[in-house]
Ligand binder design. Structure first.
Ligand code: GLN
Length: 312
C-alpha cells in the first residue's frame, strides 16, 4: 500500500463530505475559522513525512497541548502527579465539573480540562506564566525541530475573556487545595498553551517521540519507554473525552483531540499522524478528522489491536 496514494484518497473523500460538523464557537476567535479546510500529515518511523490537503496551515492545537503539558509535568514531579490527577476515563464532556465534588477536587485524568488545569498548576512551579509558557514553546520547538511555532495571542485573549467554565473548574479545585497557584496565573498559562498554533506537518513531527518509545528522532531521549507507553495508554482511554471508547472502537489508535479541530494519533513503532478539520462532532472532536483516521486505520491495518505483521 502506498501511503501517498492513501492520503490523496483521504483528502478527496473529505473534500466531498457533506456533514463537516460545527466549528467551536464558545471561544469566539475559533468561530472565525473556515470549516472547509482539511489537512493530514504522517511522520513514519523511517524518518519520512507525507502530507495531504491543508497540511501546512496553522491551527489552534487547543487540548492536544495537554499531551505535551503532561509530558513536561511528569518530567518535573514524576509519579507524584498521580496523587493529584487520576488515570481513568471520565465518561463526561471535556469541560464537565460534575465529578469534582464527589471526588474531592481530583480530576479523573490529565486530558479533561480539570486535569489539564492541575497539570498547568504543576508546570507553573512557583514561576510566572510566561516562564511556563516559554518552556512549553521550547519543548514543542525541540520536538519538531522548527523554531517558528508561536502562540496565537488573539486566541488566548479570546479564551481569557470567555473561559468561565475553566475559571469555575480552577476555583473549585483551588477550594480543595488541588490548584495551588492563583487561578488567574494557572489559567493564563493554560489558555496560552491551548493557543499554540501548529500545522498538521508540525504536529506529526511533534508526536514522533510517542511513536519512537520515548526517543527523539535525533537519538536523544524525551521520556523513558514506559512513560511513552503510558502516555499513549492515556490517549487511547481518555484522549477523546466521553467519545474515547467510540474512537478506540472505530480507529483503534491512541489519539488526542482539540476543539481547534486537530487530532494527534500515534501508531507505536510506525507513525505519528496529525489530522485537522475545524468542524466538530457533538463530543467536541473533529468530525472529518475522526473519519479520516478511521479510513486510514482500516486501509493500513494500523490499529494497535492488529496482530504484528510477519517480519515485525
Ligand atoms: N482551551 C479549550 C478549553 O479549555 C480546550 C478544550 C479542548 O480542546 N477540548 O475549553
Amino acid at each position: 500500500m502506498d501511503l501517498s496514494d492513501l492520503l490523496t484518497d483521504i483528502v478527496a473523500t473529505m473534500a466531498s463530505a457533506e456533514d463537516r460538523g460545527q466549528v467551536a464557537s464558545y471561544i469566539p476567535e475559533l468561530a472565525k475559522v473556515d470549516a472547509a479546510q482539511f489537512g493530514i500529515a504522517i511522520a513514519t518511523a523511517d524518518g519520512r513525512v507525507r502530507t495531504g490537503g491543508d497540511a501546512d496551515s496553522g491551527f489552534s492545537i487547543q487540548s492536544i497541548s495537554k499531551v505535551f503539558a503532561l509530558t513536561l509535568a511528569l518530567g518535573k514531579v514524576g509519579d507524584q502527579l498521580w496523587d493529584r490527577v487520576g488515570r481513568e476515563p471520565s465518561g463526561n464532556a471535556f469541560n464537565s465539573i460534575v465529578q469534582l465534588e464527589q471526588e474531592q477536587g481530583i480530576p479523573r485524568n490529565p486530558f479533561i480540562n480539570a486535569g489539564a488545569i492541575v497539570v498547568s498548576d504543576v508546570n507553573l512551579g512557583g514561576h510566572q506564566p510566561r516562564v511556563a509558557i516559554g518552556e512549553m514553546l521550547r519543548f514543542v520547538r525541540y520536538l519538531t525541530g522548527e523554531d517558528d511555532i508561536i502562540i496565537n495571542e488573539d486566541v488566548a485573549t479570546s479564551e481569557t475573556a470567555t473561559g468561565f467554565r475553566n475559571m469555575a473548574l480552577a476555583n473549585y479545585m483551588r477550594a480543595f487545595g488541588n490548584v495551588r497557584h492563583p487561578v488567574d496565573l494557572v489559567l493564563g498559562s493554560y489558555f496560552h498553551q491551548c493557543a499554540i498554533e501548529m500545522s498538521c506537518r508540525q504536529l506529526a513531527l511533534a508526536g514522533r517521540y510517542l511513536m519512537l518509545d520515548g526517543r527523539h528522532p535525533d537519538g536523544g531521549r524525551v521520556v523513558s519507554p514506559s512513560r511513552a507507553r503510558r502516555i499513549n495508554a492515556l490517549m487511547l482511554t481518555c484522549g477523546h473525552y466521553d467519545a474515547s471508547g467510540d474512537f478506540a472502537f472505530r480507529v483503534g489508535i491512541p489519539g488526542k483531540s482539540g476543539v481547534g479541530g486537530g487530532i494527534l494519533a500515534i501508531v507505536p513503532g510506525r507513525a505519528s499522524i496529525a489530522v485537522w478539520s475545524p468542524g466538530l462532532n457533538a463530543s467536541g472532536n473533529s468530525q472529518l478528522g475522526t473519519q479520516a483516521l478511521e479510513m486510514l486505520a482500516r486501509r493500513t491495518g494500523w490499529s494497535v489491536f492488529s496482530p504484528p505483521e510477519e517480519g515485525d
